[in-house]
Design a protein around this ligand. Structure first.
Ligand code: CTP
Ligand code: MG
Length: 539
């Protein structure tokens, strides 16, 4: 609900503070058909997965007659929701009201006729629409409206932002343009559920669940989809053995470690996806990756989601900072020594905790407010925090997004990275427990450094770019033009200013020439790519 609230009403953020209470008040007004926030994070996830399991994905003609198509499908039961999108062809996602409808539909789906090839006989919920009779052929009229699934390109965004009147509006506009849409979220859960079907051939009790930015409220259209193959549902483990008499237990294959079990399961599931999964190509198995405990990462996603809901400015600031970081290649889609989006998000949260009137509370405080039902300890890590937002009292902070954005750049432009560690658990700088250029404590696995991968060069660039951005925002606040002389074409697009100007590459050239900087960025990227390939090959 809140997601839409932010999208639909610019005025909320313009006023400065949007609290959960206000968001609650706005909730009745939007027509969001996704599960609501008020149900609690876990319940929403379950509902979305159930929704996905009642859904089918159908490849169809771009001129498909939507009405006729839906009427045909509704022969199998009521349709709860449907939409079309374009991605190398037109697709429809159709959610039935009942899972029986999918079973009924499956009975009516035929196997394609092929001449010179053979088929892998795996039936999934990825289908193709064929129009047989003349009456059913696409008629050449406009087809169904497709929902966009990618974010607007940077240059378009810069133009759009430049038309806004305040930096606060720019941040709100950027958030609305980048955040995951209801449809995109549905697609993400559908992917999980389609993969589950494949894994379930071996492990019928398994679940595939998304985590990370797909569900934590900070996802951008096009961000990766982090998934977790959950086998804990496997029944019987919790059954108590009787004290006397006979009992049966399963014979099971044993491995040396849990890691070895995970690797062998993922290896087989990966192979099945590659060989049997319709539409699945180019599967690469990276089985040796070191990753934090996924269960803890699920709790982290829930925590970030909570922080995002506490105050509307949190998401706005995170989206703005992430976008700025991407524009200047502080972050990258290639793994390497870069700061990640996740690290940046934690840095924004920490900054918001460090305001004179903190915008959000510390994790320790959220822990102290937790009720008995919130208790969660995962492999010795205490992941307990309050889930009932009404127990949280926020401080009175009325700073605008513009002030906060400037504050962020000031804060990290002069942060004592050499000595200090960032901890959202404590909400204050901590002495660095180990040598690393950037130390950000993992909120739940407190001995881990979230940004262990970041090298000194990348941190220095980040700091320099923060100082640059702070300077530009200060200039702009003082009334000086923040942008270079506008290079206008024939059109009368307004010159980039404020946040839009911060996204321009030329703004960061600083002492270096623009071309030189570009060349350097390209070579850093290439180096990272080579390193990550090397690492994968060594695995
Ligand atoms: N994670 C973590 N420690 C890390 C990296 C990741 O705990 N060093 C967890 C976080 O919960 C994170 C999730 O794994 O949200 C997924 O990681 P990643 O895909 O890198 O981050 P996202 O938050 O999903 O952001 P992005 O949009 O860039 O994918
Ligand atoms: Mg991710």
């Amino acid at each position: 609900g809140f997601l839409k609230g932010l999208q639909g009403s610019h005025t909320c953020l313009r006023r400065g503070v949007v609290t959960e209470a206000q968001a609650l008040a706005n909730r009745g007004k939007d027509d969001d058909h996704g599960p609501g926030d008020q149900e609690g994070f876990e319940a929403v996830q379950q509902e979305r997965l159930a929704q996905a399991e009642r859904s089918v994905l159908i490849s169809c003609h771009s001129k498909t007659n939507e009405k006729r198509f839906l009427k045909y499908l509704s022969l199998h039961g009521d349709i709860q929701n449907s939409f079309f999108y374009d991605s190398y062809g037109t697709y429809a996602v159709v959610e039935f009201a009942s899972p029986e409808s999918v079973a009924s539909l499956h009975k009516a789906v035929s196997i394609p006729a092929v001449n010179h090839e053979s088929l892998v006989p795996f039936k999934s919920r990825l289908l193709s629409l064929r129009s047989l009779g003349a009456a059913d052929r696409p008629t050449g009229q406009t087809g169904p409206q497709c929902r966009p699934q990618t974010a607007v390109p940077m240059n378009e965004l810069i133009q759009t932002l430049s038309q806004e009147e305040t930096i606060d509006q720019q941040v709100t506009c950027l958030t609305a343009a980048f955040q995951l849409t209801e449809e995109n979220t549905r697609l993400r859960f559908l992917v999980c559920s389609l993969l589950r079907d494949i894994a379930a051939s071996y492990f019928p009790e398994c679940n595939v669940r998304p985590f990370g930015s797909s569900v934590n409220g900070f996802g951008k259209l096009g961000c990766d989809l982090d998934m977790f193959l959950d086998l804990d549902g496997i029944s019987g483990r919790s059954l108590k053995m009787p004290n006397a008499g006979l009992a049966l237990e399963y014979q099971m294959k044993r491995c040396n470690s849990e890691r070895a079990v995970t690797q062998s399961i993922l290896s087989v599931v990966g192979e099945c996806v590659d060989r049997f999964g319709p539409g699945c190509v180019g599967v690469q198995k990276i089985l040796n990756a070191r990753c934090p405990l996924v269960r803890v990462a699920m709790k982290t996603s829930e925590l970030l989601h909570l922080y995002g809901r506490l105050d509307g400015r949190v998401r706005g600031l995170v989206f703005a900072v992430r976008c700025w970081a991407r524009a200047h290649a502080i972050t990258s889609s290639v793994p390497g020594a870069w700061i990640t989006n996740f690290s940046l998000t934690v840095m924004v949260l920490f900054f918001l905790q460090r305001r004179p009137a903190p915008v959000i509370p510390t994790l320790d405080h959220l822990h102290s407010l937790a009720g008995p039902a919130d208790k969660s300890v995962i492999e010795g890590n205490d992941c307990t925090f309050v889930s009932d937002l009404s127990r949280i009292t926020l401080q009175d902070n009325t700073e605008t997004l513009e002030q906060l954005l400037r504050g962020f750049f000031d804060f990290y432009g002069s942060f004592q990275f050499g000595r200090m560690s960032i901890s959202i658990r404590k909400g204050t700088e901590q002495n660095k427990p180990e040598v690393a250029p950037l130390h950000i404590q993992n909120p739940f696995e407190t001995s881990l450094n979230v940004s262990k991968n970041v090298n000194g060069t990348q941190l220095d660039r980040f700091v320099a770019l923060c100082q640059d951005a702070a300077w530009h925002l200060e200039q702009s606040a003082a009334g000086a033009p923040s942008a270079p002389p506008p290079q206008r074409g024939a059109d009368t697009a307004p010159a980039p200013w404020g946040l839009a100007a911060l996204l321009l590459p030329s703004q960061t050239a600083g002492v270096k020439g623009r071309r030189k900087q570009k060349r350097e960025l390209a070579s850093v990227r290439l180096k990272g790519l080579l390193e990550s390939l090397k690492k994968n090959n060594n695995r």
